[in-house]
Design a protein around this ligand. Structure first.
Ligand code: C5P
Length: 242
């Protein structure tokens, strides 16, 4: 994979115009653009096709978590929208993940279109051990054990990969093998501000730890020269032979 294709740019903006300005400027340097709840709920699903029209691929980050039939139906919509990847919560359970994987494959085959990569979110990185125990009522296991168990469950249900913290990459890679895709946010080049990210990893470190894709937003979108910022990240990845 080329270094550029490993970069997922977070389009954390409110409007279609702001998003498409970023896509137009950065599509030659970025593999995938991430549309999360903020942008998707503001513009509606047409934003996916509009980003495609500018030559960008899309990760729809809506983290589905519902009964199996509902999530499978939403997955078919994601497939028809031609997004490159989208995600669900592993906490939705095996039946939900299995029905989702099957629905996506069937819908793509029925229409003769590409199968999007399905990703699972395991334990949200905003959750600490005490919240796992006191709020989710999951005791006896550490966060890392739950993350790895749920990643493995996702794989067994046909989900193509996970979104996880850089600190979880190595354990998931060891448990789930090399074909399972790992996407990680919390990325900060050495030259950029941490903002509100706490446990950060550089782009090269994340890929060396075993990530396939890095999600990165403000170090690029808030830079005075966005193209220069993304080019520096590409150079960093290339220098590390990623
Ligand atoms: O601007 P920044 O690089 O911090 O953006 C990171 C993106 O990754 C945001 O869209 C954020 O919501 C997302 N994300 C994250 N940490 C997680 C999961 C998702 O930063 N644990």
């Amino acid at each position: 994979m080329q270094a550029k294709d490993r970069i997922i740019l977070a389009l954390d903006v409110d409007t279609r115009r702001q998003a498409l300005d970023l896509v137009q400027e950065l599509a030659p340097y970025v593999g995938v653009f991430k549309v999360g709840m903020q942008l998707f709920n503001s513009t509606g699903p047409d934003i996916v096709g509009e980003i495609n029209d500018y030559g960008g691929e899309v990760f729809v980050d809506l983290k589905f978590h519902d009964i199996p039939n509902t999530v499978a139906s939403a997955g078919k919509v994601m497939t028809r929208l031609n997004c490159r990847m989208f995600n669900c919560h592993a906490a939705g359970g095996r039946a939900m993940m299995t029905e989702l994987s099957l629905a996506v494959e069937q819908e793509a085959a029925r229409r003769g279109i590409a199968v999007p990569l399905t990703l699972a979110v395991t334990v949200l990185t905003s959750m600490a051990q005490n919240e796992l125990e006191n709020d989710m009522l999951i005791s006896n296991w550490s966060v890392e054990e739950v993350v790895v168990k749920w990643a493995l469950a996702a794989k067994q249900c046909g989900i193509g990969g996970v979104v996880c913290s850089p600190r979880e990459i190595a354990a998931i890679r060891a448990a789930c093998g090399n074909d399972f895709k790992i996407v990680t946010p919390g990325i900060r080049p050495a030259w950029s501000k941490a903002n509100d990210q706490k446990r950060i990893t550089t782009p090269a470190q994340a890929i060396k730890l075993g990530a396939d894709y890095i999600v990165i937003g403000r170090p690029i979108t808030a830079a005075a020269n966005k193209i220069q910022a993304v080019q520096k990240i590409i150079e960093e990845l290339e220098a590390a032979s990623c």
